[in-house]
Design a protein around this ligand. Structure first.
Ligand SMILES: [Mn+2]
Length: 425
């Protein structure tokens, strides 16, 4: 059973009842006895969990900032390695759970840089495990993971079915790593993967997988069963594929999607932090550490609140931001014709990147006349509001009724359902 408590960040308690168990030395011997009994590690271990870096992705929509932003985004691994190598952070293990690269054939110089970064970890005695994903599939003969396998620092997972891939000593404890590299035609995907190996040996037992936990993500991706992972009793499961951060409580420890750190754009905004995990006999603690990623900002502005184009423009200007990728969505019913593209052009110099989207709505008067005649709820609604409109005495009142009419028609059309966005992987 897992509960979260303590502080802002979730603290996952796994096998232990909380009484009498502390992190102070007075309880060490009791802790050790229980840990050994339960087959857990005794020492505390800290790891950096990375996934979905998508290095080599090209931000084409950024125009003249494309190259600069790509280099900045691709420096993410160097930042992660710097974090892991700082002795104050005590990181003993780095897990890369798939989609390190945007494609299975990244540019040669980028692949060389990545190897250099991973070698820095190896040279400092920090273990690193790399799992290929579905963007950077190992399946193809020209996959970077096949071509560079001989030079790859640390553990490169290549087996197509789940197995114990390595036992590495971390902080005086053995760490058992279970993983697979999704390989088209070899990895079974008809059913969610539910049989996972697990040795009975003292130490930490960790799963590292790139796949979809309890949802079907279609072809060329690996479905994973949380029930199966629960049966394997891993102390931590490092997942990749979902670009949002997500923690799923399993009986022996959490399964966690680290999430993509750096944004691609507004539909794939990144989480902005590194997932740092402390494993201790009393459970796993997950920390979110700021990763110096570029921010994504979305603001919604009701255009109906402005009487003139100049007023609207000055409101948009107040969002001026030289750092974030900014999208301003105009909503409501505008009181004048507007061009989102022209607004974006005029304000571009005040922003690192600005996109203005026009979601304002206008009503077709002929359609309203037709609806008002309908013997339906919609007809009744339109007639009522038209009557109120006729009685309205001020422009502001008419504006409010017009908005109510639009909103009401929109919710009648949508059947009350909220907007859904596509998920990024
Ligand atoms: Mn991905």
């Amino acid at each position: 059973m897992l509960t979260f408590s303590r502080g802002i960040l979730p603290r996952c308690r796994s096998a232990f009842p909380s009484e009498g168990i502390g992190t102070d030395t007075a309880n060490t011997s009791l802790r050790e006895q229980r840990a050994v009994k339960l087959g857990l590690g005794v020492m505390t271990m800290r790891l950096l969990h990375l996934a979905d870096l998508h290095l080599g992705w090209v931000p084409r929509f950024l125009g003249d900032k494309e190259g600069e932003r790509q280099r900045e985004r691709d420096s993410l691994l160097a930042r992660a390695v710097d974090y892991a190598l700082d002795p104050a952070h005590g990181i003993g293990l780095v897990l890369i759970a798939g989609d390190l690269f945007e494609s299975h054939t990244p540019p040669k110089d980028l692949a060389a840089q990545v190897l250099q970064e991973l070698r820095r970890l190896e040279a400092a005695g920090v273990k690193v495990v790399t799992v290929p994903g579905n963007h950077d599939e190992i399946t193809y003969p020209n996959s970077v993971y096949r071509e560079m396998a001989g030079d790859w620092p640390g553990v490169l997972v290549q087996n197509p079915r789940p197995q114990l891939v390595a036992v590495v000593p971390v902080g005086g404890e053995d760490c058992y790593l279970y993983s697979l590299a999704y390989t088209g035609g070899l990895t079974p995907t008809a059913q969610p993967l539910a049989d996972f190996p697990r040795l009975e040996a003292p130490g930490w037992h960790l799963g590292v997988f790139h796949g979809s936990l309890d949802w079907s993500a279609g072809d060329r991706s690996l479905p994973l069963s949380s029930e199966g992972l629960g049966r394997a009793r891993y102390h931590y499961v490092a997942l990749g594929h979902l670009h949002r951060h997500r923690v799923v409580a399993l009986p022996s420890g959490p399964a966690v999607y680290a999430g993509a750190v750096e944004p691609k754009g507004f539909d794939d905004p990144g989480v902005g932090f590194f997932t740092v995990v402390t494993l201790a006999p009393e459970g796993a603690t997950i920390e979110k550490v700021a990763a110096g990623a570029r921010r994504v900002r979305v603001e919604r502005v009701d255009a109906g609140l402005f009487a003139t184009p100049a007023e609207l423009e000055s409101r948009l200007e107040s969002f001026a931001d030289g750092e974030a990728l900014t999208r301003i969505v105009l909503t409501g019913t505008a009181n004048f014709p507007l061009s989102a593209d022209r607004l974006a052009e005029r304000l571009a110099s005040r922003f690192y990147y600005l996109e203005v989207e026009d979601e304002t709505t206008t009503l077709n008067p002929d359609l309203l006349v037709a609806w008002a005649r309908e013997p339906t709820i919609r007809g009744l609604f339109v007639r009522r509001l038209q009557e109120r409109m006729a009685r309205a005495e001020t422009a502001r009142e008419r504006q409010v009724i017009a908005r109510a009419l639009l909103n009401g028609l929109a919710s009648l059309r949508a059947g009350g359902e909220g907007e859904t966005r596509p998920e990024a992987f």
